[in-house]
Design a protein around this ligand. Sequence first.
Ligand SMILES: Nc1ncnc2c1ncn2[C@@H]1O[C@H](COP(=O)(O)OP(=O)(O)OP(=O)(O)O)[C@@H](O)[C@H]1O
Ligand SMILES: [Mg+2]
Length: 283
Amino acid sequence: MPIPPTVVSLGLAGGQGKSTVALMLGRYLGRLGIPVLFVDCDPQSSLTSFLGVQVQPDTPTLLEVLTQPEEKTKILDAIASVPDVKLGDRTINNTNLFLIPSDDGLESANYKLASSGLSLFILRNRLQPIVSNFGVAIVDPPPERSHLAQTSLGAGDRWVIPAESNVKGVQSLLRTMELIKEFKTALPYGELLGVVPFRARWTGRHPTNATKTSIDTIRQLVGSELMLPHILESDVFKNAINQRVAPTDLGQPNLEYAIHVLAQRLKPALPEEYAKLIPSKPV
Ligand SMILES: Nc1ncnc2c1ncn2[C@@H]1O[C@H](COP(=O)(O)OP(=O)(O)OP(=O)(O)O)[C@@H](O)[C@H]1O
Ligand SMILES: [Mg+2]
């Protein structure tokens, strides 16, 4: 029985779609009946707010998980349930979604991680005893090359790199591939699932010139094998994030095609009982 994998959405620049891809992959898998543990490893706490989780003053967050031993902070105590969401007269059920939340205090974990000299492995070691309670863990790291980004990288069995479909996105991808290269020998279990061009702009049946050029460049950099379908620039996505649902819940499953293909790539790494829940055709 394989151990549930940890997926990390990586990208060394702001606004590349890390949180969006982490969120939508988790929602997609959760909807299929797979228990998902999200880990918000960014002090900006986008994922915590996208999931509608309120950090309670007396419950631990990822900060305590990363900086205190299990005897002091039990990792299970840091796991919050994701609340269900009302959408018109429907209820979107989030019973399969769980989160280790963060707030801006997480920034201070960088110092502790730096002084430990073991940043790469701290999150991985903390998750290891509990990850088998879930089908998958999904980590959302910060955009800069910090110790929080390193511990996110090292936690990953599978990495996905979203990159904006523009010049900034190509540069972010290059920096992210450098980071992976630098640490790859220390992380033999880590594998890149692919690259998702984010916020691709289409006019009618054709991409804009900027989108086409950047997607072509990304393909040249990573090779066709690692190219995943793009995520379109779309207000539906933004609305879905704001309303704490997925594009599918808003009647636009086609916008989640990239997430469906990403889930297909992840399928062989999932425990069999969960892998079989992922359909080969989009739902
Ligand atoms: N398909 C889309 N089209 C347009 N905008 C989108 C789409 N999906 C998400 N967005 C918006 O793009 C912004 C950036 O996305 P996201 O937060 O996922 O990036 P990020 O890489 O996690 O950024 P950060 O580095 O700040 O953590 C968000 O404000 C989000 O609402
Ligand atoms: Mg983010």
